[in-house]
Structures are given as C-alpha cells and as structure tokens.
Write a protein that binds this ligand. Structure first.
Ligand SMILES: [Zn+2]
Length: 333
C-alpha cells in the first residue's frame, strides 16, 4: 500500500496519515441518522486532518446513505430512467405526473420527496407502469417525445419475453459480478443450467440453448445484449432486472454461487474453449462444419447427462470441485 502524506496543521509539517472509517450521528428533520464517513488521522500527533477532497467525498457519502436510509431515489436512478426510456427530464417529469420542474430540480441535487421516489422506483422496475404513465400523459409530453420513448419501451419489454427463471439468473449474475461480457454471460447461464440439471434433475430455466460456433448460446438472451459485443455489459436496462433474483429458490442461488465462484472468475473466451471440449456442444454440432452457423438445440437431457459425469468424476457441490474440473479442461486448451 502506498503511504499517504500531506501537511498536518498541528505538526506544521508534512506527515504520514491513515484513513479510518467511523460513524457520525446527525439529526436531520428531527430524526437521528448514523452515517459512515472517512477521516484522515495524522500518524504523528493523532489529530484529524481536514482535506477539501475528503470533505467533498464525505458529503457525497452522507447524501447517498441518507437517500438509502430514507428510501429516496438517487440522481443516478433518475438518469438511468431517462436513458432507459430515451426521454428528457422535462417530458419524463410530466409523464410521471409531476410538475415540469420537479425532475430538473432533483437532478440539480434537491432531495426528492418520498412519494416521488416511490413513483420513480416503480417506473424503473416495471415497464408496464411506465407504459401507463406515458399513455396517460401523452398529450402533456408531446407526440415526438412520446413516440421516441415508446420505441425505447418496446426494447425494454423484450427483456420480459424471457422466463422468470432466466431473468432471475441474469439479475443475480449482474448483481454478483462486477463485469460481465455477453459471451461470459452465455457460458455462465449454460453452466448454471448444467449443474442445476445434474443436481436436481430439473431445469433451472426453460430456455433451450443452441450450439453456436462460439459455444452454447441462448438465442433470446443474445439478441438482447448483442450491442455489447465483447465489451462488458453496462446498460440502463439492468435497472429493470435489479433485485429480480428474489424469485430464485435457495437451490438456484446455491448453484449460481458455485458457478460464479469458479467459472465466473474466467473470461468468456476461455469458457468458450472449455465448452468446445464438452459432449453436449460437440454432439449438437456433429452434422455441421466448424465455422458453420446452426441453431441446433443442445438438448437438456444431453446437458444433464454430461454434468452427471462431471459430478461423478469431480463433484459439483463446491467451488473447489468445479475449479478442478476447469483445471483439467484448461490443460487441454
Ligand atoms: Zn500531526
């Protein structure tokens, strides 16, 4: 770790300091709040050093924590909603039934009311709710903004053509991994499905995957994220998936945890090369050339059979067991 050094006004010289987290209590609108802030302590005299950058950082931290504690939306959330539905701050304000200056004020830092926060939260979570808002206030927001926003809405609605189980898994993967590319996402979904099938003799989600050139792919999921190519997926659309993993049962979470803890540590390309050695993909591509496109389905039965073999050889209950499986495949890449 690098040393932190700056001028201490008590010592009157450059000294080393350390950063510490501590709690502060503040009364806001008659209510006691506890916030976690960061302070810089001089290692020589022990006094607190007040740097402008640290004060700014703590103001930001307190603002964020206050909003979370009070159930108020963040500026970031409002920006996401605007991007998600391709709509400006004024028409969005009107669409949600607020005054036309309400959202512009929130974006400038004014604290949103709890009532407005609730509406913004609902709009972020539910395209149906947003559709209602847009239709109800179509006149107020104007035809151009309405049409533009409706076409963005259709893009969001396509997400919900996926099964609940699939949406839950995608939502969980995004919540757990910092970065995920479309390629890695496909492989992680595939491994989660395979291990779930072998453990519980039932599918984790209904969608079938296809034996594409680049390994197993869930076609509908691919269509959704294709704009991201090999880049990590970072998109406002995930706001609508946030928390959707709450529908997943304990068994599903347990499978996803071991998959993310093992396969989730590797890039999409390596995962792809491992799937290329596995029977379900090879079998589904028996009739096609190496580079030929196909939509041949990799049957769930075949996937289950394969992961039962993995289970018997390596075990599929822990991250360590799956790491062993991965190591055995990596060696042959
Ligand atoms: Zn000092």
């Amino acid at each position: 770790m690098s040393k932190h050094i700056d001028f201490c006004i008590t010592c009157r010289k450059q000294t080393e300091y350390e950063l510490r987290m501590n709690d502060v209590r503040k009364r806001i609108r008659g209510k006691e709040h506890v916030f976690s802030v960061i302070s810089a302590i001089c290692k020589t005299c022990g006094s607190e050093m007040g740097f402008p950058w640290l004060i700014d950082l703590n103001i930001k931290r307190i603002d964020e924590q206050y909003r979370i504690q009070e159930g108020l939306v963040s500026i970031e959330d409002i920006r996401k909603l605007m991007a998600l539905y391709d709509i400006g701050k004024t028409p969005l304000s009107l669409a949600l039934g607020f005054g036309e200056v309400t959202l512009p004020r929130y974006l400038c830092g004014q604290m949103p009311s709890r009532q407005c926060s609730k509406i913004i939260g609902q709009a972020l979570e539910s395209p149906d709710f947003m559709r209602n808002c847009l239709e109800k206030n179509r006149q107020a927001i104007g035809e151009t903004a309405f049409r533009k926003s409706m076409s963005a809405l259709k893009r969001v609605e396509r997400l919900f053509e996926l099964s609940e189980g699939m949406l839950g898994c995608i939502s969980y993967i995004f919540a757990r991994l910092e970065e995920v590319t479309p390629l890695a996402l496909q492989k992680l979904l595939y491994y989660a499905q395979g291990i779930f099938l072998a453990r519980y003799n039932a599918p984790l989600f209904d969608e079938d995957c296809q034996a594409w050139v680049h390994g197993p792919v869930y076609g509908q999921v691919y269509g959704m994220f294709r704009d991201f190519k090999f880049n990590p997926i970072d998109d406002e659309r995930f706001a609508v998936l946030r928390g959707r993993y709450a529908i997943l049962k304990r068994e599903a979470i347990s499978v996803l945890d071991v998959v993310l803890g093992s396969f989730g540590q590797y890039g999409g390309k390596l995962l792809e090369s491992i799937t290329h050695q596995e029977a379900p993909w090879l079998e589904a591509r028996q009739t096609v050339d190496e580079c030929e496109r196909t939509q041949n389905v990799m049957e769930k039965e075949a996937i289950k059979r394969y992961f039962l073999e993995v289970k018997n050889t390596y075990g599929i209950d822990t991250i360590a067991q799956l790491e062993q499986y991965i190591a055995s495949r990596k060696a042959t890449v």
